[in-house]
Design a protein around this ligand. Structure first.
Ligand SMILES: Nc1ncnc2c1ncn2[C@@H]1O[C@H](COP(=O)(O)OP(=O)(O)O)[C@@H](O)[C@H]1O
Ligand SMILES: [Mg+2]
Length: 310
């Protein structure tokens, strides 16, 4: 589906009514999380997920958020609960052919402030796990908690709220809206949450500046390099200061220089407090994360510490 302009279908331009339609899925703000049958790697993502927390005050971007890199994400830390807690999660897809057991008792904990790389062979369930963590797909059994809140028994609407609050999602192929400018792509994320246009654009400018894209504010994503597009997608995913930034092979479509730039960006964000869970096939990227875990046959296994030791 294509957007036909800055305003997505259904938005009242004059009144700035919250968006719905397909963008609600893209941005994790809709009432319906994709369920079964959604390709785990290609389903709509919780991209910018601006949330239900109060909209930024006017003037944001010019003052209080002037250095988002140094400001930890806005998270509710009522307890010491991990950012992400996955326990005994099973997910079986039942296409017309034989059932596919994508997740078979996956367990994963990501603490606040961690940068975790998730590796594993193709088909081992990495994307499915990310979708489940994002609340974009539901497990058949097991439990997923984001910052202490269980997703398990939530309605689709409640799940969307949690997703907006906690998740930013970055995809391998960016999923930007080419008919919008770079600034609009990021600002839309904040506006979906109900932020006023001026505050949303201020936040977008701030993020573009942070990611070295300010001079591309008025450009369409199609005019950007792959690395620049992915930085723009990351800016969008950060628009609402998610508890956790999820990224599914975010360097997979980039050349090695582009990939190195994105890895460095993730490292900077993590150093500033951003929790990150990233799927990658790249040894270099995985080695640059703070911790590595591997998936095999739908389960996680820690990479052996000191595997090279004798
Ligand atoms: N929507 C779906 N319908 C049917 N099978 C699926 C679906 N999504 C994923 N799978 C299957 O589940 C398994 C795990 O997929 P995935 O999580 O995408 O693995 P990875 O990301 O590690 O490559 C694969 O065998 C894949 O074909
Ligand atoms: Mg995948």
């Amino acid at each position: 589906m294509k957007a036909s302009g800055w305003w997505p279908p259904g938005r009242d331009r004059a009144r700035n009514v919250p968006v719905c339609g397909w963008l609600c899925t893209v941005n994790g703000t809709g009432s319906g999380a994709p369920r079964s049958g959604v390709s785990s790697s290609e389903s709509g993502g919780a991209g910018p997920t601006p949330g239900d927390r109060p909209a930024p005050e006017p003037g944001v971007g010019s003052g209080s958020y002037s250095d988002p890199m140094s400001e930890p994400p806005a998270i509710e830390r009522a307890s010491d609960a991990p950012a992400v807690l996955v326990r005994s999660v099973h997910r079986t897809f039942e296409p017309d052919t034989a059932p596919v057991r994508a997740l078979r008792g996956a367990d994963l904990t990501v603490e606040h402030g961690e940068f975790v790389a998730l590796t594993g062979p193709s088909g081992s369930g990495k994307s499915t796990l990310l979708q489940v963590v994002a609340g974009l797909d539901r497990p058949d059994s097991g439990s997923v908690r984001l910052a202490g809140t269980a997703l398990d028994d939530l309605s689709d609407d409640e799940l969307a709220v949690l997703r907006r609050r906690h998740i930013g999602f970055v995809f391998q192929f960016f999923r930007l809206l080419d008919s919008m400018t770079a600034l609009e792509n990021v600002a839309l994320a904040a506006m979906i949450a109900g932020a006023g246009r001026a505050a949303a654009e201020a936040r977008a400018r701030e993020l573009l500046d942070l990611l070295g894209l300010l001079d591309k504010s008025g450009s369409s994503p199609v005019t950007l390099s792959g690395g620049q597009r992915q930085r723009l997608a990351i800016a969008r995913a950060l628009a609402n200061r998610p508890t956790v930034l999820l990224a599914d092979e975010p360097t997979g479509a980039l050349d090695s220089a582009g990939a190195a730039g994105i890895l460095e960006l993730f490292q900077r964000l993590n150093a500033a407090g951003q929790t990150i869970l990233l799927v990658t096939h790249s040894e270099e990227v995985a080695a640059g994360a703070g911790r590595r875990v591997a998936m095999r046959d739908g389960r996680l296994e820690p990479v052996a510490v000191g595997a090279g030791d004798r």
